[in-house]
Design a protein around this ligand. Structure first.
Ligand SMILES: NC(=O)c1ccc[n+]([C@@H]2O[C@H](COP(=O)([O-])OP(=O)(O)OC[C@H]3O[C@@H](n4cnc5c(N)ncnc54)[C@H](OP(=O)(O)O)[C@@H]3O)[C@@H](O)[C@H]2O)c1
Length: 326
């Protein structure tokens, strides 16, 4: 089968297509013929590890996993003898973050717990946009202790035009929040089309210096310092950041919770992420069935153009998800 692989860390140019053996499912494994695989920031972060200390987990000198790609949607081709939930022909999707990655390929093989049936009535291309980013969006709107947003809350999504942001915005709207999205000038109309009540252009407005205050801020990439962003919180407000480079991540991990002690505001890094958590996948399916969540696909690239797809996302050109089709 053809698969996108890389042997070393580096720019997008380290990714190439190669002919590799098609896996054979054993035990509780499922072999899926990939139909669509969407691109995430996490795919790019994994090429030249960001934050750089992620090398400690991925391989210090070179990557342990040579495959590229997290999100997948496809059709079950074959199952191992211990598989109970799926049969050949089932349409499934999943996030391969903890299952060796490698979804930019003609097949993926992983334990059956890695997959779920795609949402009813949804295309495989649309389903491939959900596993990584939409699950992150749901979990960024809920703290480890279960506290989440309420109807009427003022929610700000900083990074509303990326992979996670459009899902976070729609989930917050579905729960009755008044939602502000932050993005660059060229994407203001796109973010408004997702249902945002207000859209701020970060090239013109710094929301941490504006008078508005929020009950919940999701920052997809630590765009402001913790101290500045806390000023934009209402009493009892929450700031959750998802990622960034090493220093902002460490600050969010350590300083954020520390300065929250004895304060009525909570700030910190999303450390409770559970990839493709079944309950959150069900929540997404319910929102989709109710017409309250809809993936937006900007562009499709064939597998032969996987490098162009990665570059398109890396350059911030996408207005919605980018899907690699097989
Ligand atoms: N915590 C965890 O467990 C966990 C797990 C997996 C992934 N992650 C992290 O989750 C994040 C996912 O982000 P994503 O995939 O949504 O990223 P993305 O698609 O790259 O989106 C980045 C967003 O940031 C916006 N942006 C760029 N520069 C900005 C600025 N100066 N001010 C305000 N906004 C700016 C972009 O807006 P424009 O496009 O309009 O410029 C875009 O909306 C990544 O950081 C990833 O590492 C965290």
């Amino acid at each position: 089968m053809r698969a996108a692989v890389r042997d070393e860390y580096g720019s997008i140019d380290v990714v190439r297509l190669e002919e590799v053996d098609t896996p054979v499912p054993t035990g509780d494994q499922v072999l899926v013929r990939v139909r669509a695989a969407s691109v995430n920031r996490g795919d790019l972060d994994g090429l030249a590890p960001r934050p750089n200390f992620a090398r400690l987990f991925m391989g210090v000198r070179s990557p342990r996993n040579h495959g590229v790609g997290l999100d997948v949607a496809g059709v079950v081709e074959a199952v191992g003898p211990a598989v109970t939930r799926f049969k050949p022909g089932d349409e499934v999707f999943g996030d391969m973050f903890v299952f060796g990655q490698g979804t930019f390929a003609e097949y993926v093989c992983a334990p059956e717990r890695a997959f779920a049936l795609i949402p009813t009535g949804m295309s495989l291309e649309e389903a491939s946009t959900l596993p990584h980013s939409a699950v992150l969006a749901v979990q960024a709107l809920r703290l480890r202790n279960g506290r989440t947003i309420e109807a009427g809350d003022r929610v700000l999504i900083d990074g509303a035009s990326g992979n996670v942001g459009p899902f976070a915005l729609q989930v917050a709207k579905a729960r009755g929040a008044e939602v502000t999205g932050v993005c660059r000038t060229e994407k203001v109309d796109f973010v408004r089309s997702l249902g945002a009540d207000h859209v701020l252009d970060y090239t013109k407005v710094d929301y941490t210096k504006a008078p508005e205050r929020y009950d919940w801020i999701v920052d997809t990439d630590s765009h402001h310092s913790i101290r500045r962003v806390r000023r934009a919180l209402r009493p009892n407000g929450v700031y959750v950041t998802l990622g960034g480079t090493a220093m902002p991540i460490l600050a969010a991990m350590v300083v954020g919770p520390l300065i929250s002690v004895g304060s009525d505001r909570w700030s910190g890094l999303l450390l409770w992420w559970k990839p493709f958590r079944a309950e959150d996948v069900e929540t997404l399916k319910e929102l989709i069935a109710a017409g309250k969540l809809k993936p937006v696909i900007d562009r499709r690239f064939p597998l032969s153009q996987v490098v162009d797809a990665l570059r398109y996302v890396d350059e911030g050109r996408a207005k919605g998800k980018v899907v690699i089709t097989m």
